[in-house]
Design a protein around this ligand. Structure first.
Ligand SMILES: *Cc1c(COP(=O)(O)O)cnc(C)c1O
Length: 421
């Protein structure tokens, strides 16, 4: 008996009809014709809408949801999200412009990130959005810019916590970090803040990303609230905002399961009453990127060549790591594992085989699927990478090897499609 191989978590966003994936209410083959080229990314409105609804079902009603738009900054996606969530978090001046083009109120837009330029800060101050300050130096620059513009800056302090989010795909707090002000230095910073012409809103405490373990997130929430309450004693005025980060992960690789959202929600319901008593004016915010959009997107490329090398089948496609670095395994993964991949126009297929899906780049890193079981495919067939709605096109080295770019489309009605592979 061979060992049972770990499987990808079931994908439920996109139905299959007559063995063809349906995306945006039409067969993938027709969608490819309507897009007019491969490769392309397609993002589904209904999947995003359903995800936000699911969060709202499980989280306490007081929790506000922000979209961290660096996960997917396509303007149409950001506009769609703006109608669903309570705020947008940006991480650059460019993202700020996209966020300001939506209907989101400026005070519900926040800007985090180290190394904000004076030009970025001036745009943010003039717009009246909330700046999550990453250092004492940045605070002084913001105050000077506010004075020059005659506008009182809206600010929060990003805190580098004195703990880590355990089992996190990417740790973004704890220990020495370029992000935020070390928790132990925050009281001194707040004393100085109180003497500057700055409008203080609260704290932003983000400890990590891509976490699938409810217990780890629950523990981080508990520690985050405790830290916030300790620091609030030093604030120049009562907190109006407490951003407790996010870090909710999605299953990418074989053997990964879904985050137990109900457990995270229950824990928050248990913790919130004490927090609300201590910080009665504070809006409690959770900011999420990939959890909101990651499962709503696919990346589609077309098979150009099918070749067999020493017994191994290679499907050479027109897409690859230049559009989708993370599916190739080169965006922060330690050990390369396969994203869920199917042949979209023949999901089950008549015959199945083990094949690798590669791109056109002259590097062995350009690998979208490494020896996966797929329907037998050849030129013209469409290779689909799921879980591609976040950290896809804009997180990839598009200029590498000077191949054509990928197109992005936002598809579908606002009605959940249902179904699954
Ligand atoms: C990147 C980032 C996020 C989003 O992380 P996800 O893993 O996509 O949810 C949220 N907050 C901050 C401060 C970030 O830098």
């Amino acid at each position: 008996m061979s060992a049972v191989r770990p499987q990808h978590a079931p994908l439920v966003q996109f139905p299959v009809v007559d063995d063809c994936l349906q995306i945006g209410g039409m067969p993938l083959t027709r969608l490819a014709a309507r897009v007019g080229q491969t490769p392309f990314y397609a993002y589904d409105r209904a999947a995003m809408t359903a995800r936000v609804a699911e969060l709202r079902r499980h989280l306490p009603p007081e929790i506000e949801l922000h979209y961290a738009m660096k996960a997917n900054p396509m303007p149409a996606v950001v506009q769609h999200m703006a109608g669903l969530v309570d705020g947008i978090d940006v991480a650059s001046g460019g993202e700020l412009r996209v966020a300001l083009d939506t209907t989101m109120a400026p005070l519900n837009i926040s800007f985090a990130g180290p190394g904000k330029s004076d030009a970025d800060l001036a745009c943010a101050v003039a717009a009246g959005i909330v700046l999550n300050m990453e250092s004492a130096g940045e605070m002084e620059r913001i105050a000077a810019i506010g004075e020059r513009l005659g506008v009182r800056p809206q600010v929060a302090v990003r805190v580098n916590p004195d703990f880590e989010l355990k089992s996190s795909g990417m740790k973004m707090g704890g220990g020495p970090k370029q992000f935020g002000v070390d928790a132990e230095q925050v009281p001194e910073l707040l004393a100085r803040l109180g003497r500057l012409a700055l409008d203080f809103h609260g704290f932003h405490i983000f400890s990590g990303s891509q976490n699938l373990k409810a217990e780890a997130i629950q523990e981080a929430h508990e520690k985050t609230f405790a830290l916030a309450l300790r620091l609030a004693a030093h604030a120049p005025r009562p907190l109006r905002m407490l951003n407790i980060g996010g870090g909710f992960g999605i299953p990418y690789f074989p053997g990964e399961g879904r985050l137990d959202l109900a457990a995270v929600g229950e824990n928050l319901k248990r913790l919130l009453p004490d927090v609300k008593r201590a910080l009665p004016e504070a809006h409690i915010v959770i900011e999420l990127g990939r959890y909101l959009v990651g499962e709503a997107g696919v990346y589609v490329s077309k098979v150009i060549e099918r070749k067999v090398s020493r017994g191994q089948v290679y499907l050479v496609t027109d897409g690859g790591l230049h559009h989708h670095l993370s599916a190739s395994g080169n965006f922060g993964q330690v050990i390369r594992k396969n994203y869920p991949v199917v042949i979209g126009n023949r999901v089950r297929g008549g015959e199945r085989e083990t094949a690798s899906v590669v791109g056109p780049l002259c590097t062995p890193l350009d690998l979208l699927a490494d020896q996966m079981e797929l329907a037998q495919a050849g030129p013209g067939d469409l290779a689909v990478v799921f879980q591609s709605g976040a950290y896809g096109l804009t997180a990839s080295p598009g200029a590498f090897l000077s191949h054509p770019g990928a197109v992005e489309v936002l598809v579908g009605s606002d009605e959940p499609a249902g179904g699954g592979v």
